[in-house]
Design a protein around this ligand. Structure first.
Ligand code: NAI
Length: 299
């Protein structure tokens, strides 16, 4: 089997100055992609800004013989997102791949979470991924090719203490990827989401040092690289990834309970085990599929 290459492709990786994004950028560049290394260069809570981290990654790439350009803009503003995509167009003439990866944390239990804590996290993860994707979208559509990966999280898929803001953003990124997959289908634009676990500055308080090596960022990037490769047909899907394990995560709907001739609250109480049954389930590809399953059940 031949190695997977990205020659002729231009990738934008947001938040690529550290951690996972840096590793994605290094890998794609090592395999021939031209890469825009975006990073605002702030701290893990979103404070500060510096062009240093993005520039350092570009230096690493160019020293290794790859092609990359640094961009220090903020994904969370429309101007920033436009400037990130503009950097790709000005430097390399096109954009093919968008890896929405930039992120911050403002962990607090709901009791202590302020609207600012909520908005700041939603802004970077969810709004930022929307803005960068929509800045790239007309160019992807025009060329009839695109690969987008959103970085979700197990916290979004399954919930996590102290992360009402972060988990809302991360579940939103699943919805965004699924809708971009639907809207991008006829333009050969494929969009997926990952829910990674990796030892980075973001997780240094939660991943014990003794298992940090197991959860190296290098154990996540191969999935991202595959999802943005032209041979990859996956779209609208979600994958959990970390430590060398990769699994598809899917949103399924159980068989349900049906009563067409009037429904009472007692019906709901008395049929709770059927309502909550997990099998046999369906995995709708989009909302229209789910609606079709409803009509089928009502036949
Ligand atoms: P990290 O803190 O090492 O990297 C995040 C990068 O995003 C930083 O370099 C930061 O400067 C950049 N960034 C932050 N705000 C930005 C903005 N407004 N515009 C541009 N760049 C900005 O953290 P890590 O772990 O590499 O996280 C990468 C992504 O993976 C994040 O979206 C995170 O939520 C997600 N994730 C990470 C997990 C893990 O186990 N490390 C688990 C689940 C999700």
């Amino acid at each position: 089997m031949t190695d997977l290459r990205y020659d002729g492709r231009v990738a934008v990786v947001t938040g690529a100055g550290h951690g996972l994004g840096r590793q994605h950028a290094l890998e794609l560049a090592a395999r021939g992609a031209k890469v825009v290394v975006n990073d605002l260069g702030g701290d893990v809570h979103g404070g500060g800004a510096s062009s240093g981290p993005a520039e350092a990654v570009v230096e690493e790439i160019t020293k290794a013989g790859g092609a990359a350009v640094a961009n220090p803009d903020n994904v969370a503003t429309p101007e920033g997102a436009q400037a990130i995509v503009r950097t790709a167009l000005d430097s390399f003439g096109q954009v093919d791949i968008v890896v929405n990866n930039a992120g911050i944390l403002r962990d607090k239990s709901l009791k202590n979470m302020t609207p600012d804590d909520f908005d700041a996290v939603i802004a970077v993860h969810l709004r930022g991924s929307f803005l960068v994707s929509s800045a790239a979208w007309p160019h992807l559509r025009e060329r009839g090719y695109g690969r987008i990966v959103n970085t979700s999280s197990p916290a979004g898929l399954f919930g996590n203490f102290g992360q009402a803001n972060y988990s809302s953003a991360k579940m939103g990124l699943i919805g965004l990827a699924k809708t971009l997959a639907v809207e991008g289908a006829k333009y050969n634009i494929k969009a997926n989401a990952i829910a990674p676990v990796a030892a980075t500055r973001m997780t240094e308080d939660v991943i014990p040092a003794e298992v940090a090596a197991t959860f190296d960022v290098e154990m996540v990037t191969p999935l991202v690289a595959w999802l943005v490769h032209e041979d990859c047909e996956s779209t609208g899907e979600v994958y959990s990834v970390g430590g060398g394990r990769i699994a598809r995560v899917f949103v399924a709907e159980g068989p349900g309970y049906v009563k067409k001739d009037g429904l009472s609250v007692e019906d709901v109480r008395d049929n709770w085990s059927q309502i909550t049954a997990e099998t046999p389930y369906v995995v709708p590809k989009h909302a229209g599929d789910q609606m079709a399953a409803v009509f089928e059940a009502l036949k």
